[in-house]
Design a protein around this ligand. Structure first.
Ligand code: PGA
Length: 249
């Protein structure tokens, strides 16, 4: 059976009480299935609400994570959260190097690498996001950018760490313009080849960027895709439940 991962990145949406209402609506909208997992990345302030809802439901197919961490475990870093703090709140996963961290907040490859190491140290499962800008794509650098970002964060670590990769072309995020299933599969195959070289062939690779109810099935028909990372289309609990339920037979 092909196990698929449906990851919801809420970004800076849904506070603690919104998150509780969301889960009350989502849980009955999607019954667990052995061939799919659902991961939620709420804002850090809402992690507790989602963790409590999942715990009370007794479900094991849902994992909660945070959207970013700082690499130091604790200390005088006003406004930041760390891996150990996120784990204490019940998070089990973390997005690392999301394009908004890289391009809105100026996160460098080096910082992404430090955060990935910190996630592993805190026993959080990292979802490392890679992907090119439109300019880089037009310059034919798509595969070079993905490889550079993989090398910077993961070289030498891929085989021992439990990691998931998300390929998210920057030009497709929040724009309504998704990569074609073929385009996505081509980049996924290159990422897979890199992972094989690192002795990590089994690593899951997700696609993200304007995935929605209309295009999810077509994208997931590509066997190179092990799941999706979804922003905007995960914010409505009923629509997200329907996407997870119907995107594959
Ligand atoms: P989107 O965002 O689905 O709204 O394009 C995806 C992401 O940034 O993870």
């Amino acid at each position: 059976m092909r196990g698929l991962l449906f990851a919801a990145n809420w970004k800076m949406n849904l506070g603690p009480s919104d998150a509780s209402a969301y889960m009350a609506s989502f849980l009955p909208a999607f019954d667990p299935r052995p061939d799919r997992m659902v991961w939620f990345f709420p804002p850090a302030l809402s992690v507790n609400s989602v963790v409590a809802a999942v715990r009370d439901s007794g479900r094991h197919d849902i994992v909660v994570g945070v959207q970013d961490i700082y690499w130091e475990p604790k200390g005088a870093f006003t406004g930041a959260i760390s891996g150990p703090l996120a784990a204490q709140a019940g998070a089990r996963a973390v997005l690392i190097g999301h394009s908004e961290r890289r391009h809105v907040f100026g996160e460098t490859d080096e910082q992404t690498g430090k955060k990935l190491a910190a996630a592993i140290a805190a026993e959080l499962h990292p979802v490392l996001c890679v992907g090119e800008t439109l300019e880089q794509r037009d310059a034919g650098q798509t595969l070079a950018v993905a490889t550079r970002q993989l090398n910077a964060a993961l070289a030498g670590r891929a085989a021992t760490a439990r990691v998931t990769i998300a390929y998210e072309p920057v030009w497709a995020i929040g724009t309504g313009r998704n990569a074609t299933p073929r385009d996505a599969a081509t980049v996924h195959a290159a990422i897979r080849a890199w992972l094989e070289q690192q002795g990590a062939a089994e690593t899951q690779i997700l696609y993200g960027g304007s995935v929605n109810l209309k295009n999810a099935a077509e994208l997931l028909a590509e066997p190179e895709l092990d799941g999706v990372l979804v922003g905007g289309a995960s914010l409505d609990p009923q629509a997200w439940g329907e996407l997870v339920r119907t995107a594959v037979a």
